[in-house]
Design a protein around this ligand. Structure first.
Ligand code: KG4
Ligand code: ZN
Length: 332
């Protein structure tokens, strides 16, 4: 079976095609909307929706070209319908519904976080080993910071998450305070890696003491804002010390809670995914963890195609309904 999947949950228009028989990814494509968001210093939901209208058909076309397939060769369509920016999700769901209707094939809707959760299994599409279950999975992006106990394929339990900002949001907000362009996460990572010394990382920004397996990053944002009031940002060394120390506080917090979760659930593996999983300091300090390839940590549709493929393998792939009643019964 050939599955065409798309993801439009945030500001990336993503498409991918999976062949479940050969268990191979035939194509993938991502169009990021970071350029139009730069002048606003963050994501504007309405602009993301309009960008998806332009870029999603291009991403799907790319995938058909890469795989040498026509739309009629697709057997099943998949799309994420939650969680995310509602207007952006609506573009993806409407688009997939239209494609599926045009070629009279079924489609199914999926949870974006569940798709992130199983990205380590993308390795199996390249004939490689994936980490052994059970895992403790940290899904850490611009919109989410959540811990899960992943017992087996499609079998998982939520353990805890952020009560305020997501870790990626904390990176981006610290960057904004330091007058860095959006998204600041990758820039902070690069500057800290290339220019910061041990000494630069030593500003004692707070590590939240919130209980259990919860996270909180709003206190860090305030601490950085207060520090900046007393700092001459025209001095690059001062700026560098703030960003490197803020990164250290975020990374340490993520690591402490993730290791605690792994210990409590007796997991044999830690898996980290989502955009912040690209962070090199996190990769270095949480050295025992499995990190998927960076292009599959950030938003992508390969993970959605894979999730649909896993549902198919387990005999759990259910078609969604065409009719308007699907909306009123809460399916979307
Ligand atoms: O998963 P993602 O592409 O989109 C969603 O938010 O769903 O994650 C984007 C987030 C942004 O906040 C970005 O600043 C952060 O991930 N990010 C990073 C790095 N690469 C992306 N944060 C820290 N270090 C990085 N290398
Ligand atoms: Zn995501």
């Amino acid at each position: 079976m050939r599955i065409l999947a798309v993801d439009t949950s945030c500001d990336d228009s993503c498409a991918a095609i999976l062949d479940t028989q050969s268990w191979k990814l035939l194509a993938e494509s991502v169009y990021s909307h970071t350029a139009p968001m730069k002048k606003f210093g963050g994501i504007v939901p309405e602009i993301a929706s309009r960008e998806h209208l332009k870029a999603l058909p291009l991403a799907v076309e790319d995938c058909l070209k890469q795989s040498g397939l026509n739309l009629e060769d697709i057997d099943w369509f998949a799309v994420t319908n939650r969680p995310g920016l509602i207007g952006a999700l609506l573009v993806g769901v409407s688009y997939i519904k239209a494609l599926a209707f045009a070629v009279q094939k079924p489609f199914s809707v999926f949870n974006h976080i569940e798709a992130h959760l199983f990205t380590p299994l993308l390795a199996t599409l390249e004939g490689k080993e994936s980490p052994a279950f059970p895992w403790t999975a940290l899904v850490v992006s611009g919109g989410h910071t959540e811990l899960f106990h992943v017992k087996n394929t499609l079998d998982f339990q939520w353990l805890g998450g952020t009560v305020d900002d997501a870790a990626g949001e904390a990176f981006d907000k610290v960057g904004k305070l330091l007058e860095l362009p959006y998204p600041a996460g990758p820039l902070i990572d690069r500057w800290a890696r290339e220019k910061a010394t041990e000494e630069d990382r030593k500003i004692p920004f707070p590590r939240s003491k919130i209980e259990g397996l919860q996270f909180s990053f709003s206190g860090l944002k305030t601490a950085v804002a207060l520090k900046i009031q007393k700092t001459d940002l025209s001095q690059e060394t001062e700026k560098l010390a703030i960003l490197a120390s803020a990164q250290e506080a975020i990374v340490d917090t993520l690591i402490e809670k993730t290791r605690k979760a792994a210990l409590e659930t007796k997991s044999s593996q830690i898996v980290v995914t989502g955009g912040v999983a690209c962070n090199s300091r996190l990769r270095e300090k949480l050295h025992e963890a499995h990190f998927p390839a960076p292009k599959h940590c950030t938003d992508n549709a390969a993970m959605v195609a894979l999730l649909a493929g896993l549902y198919a393998k387990e005999g759990k792939l259910q078609p969604s309904l065409w009719t308007a009643t699907a909306h009123s019964t809460g399916e979307f």
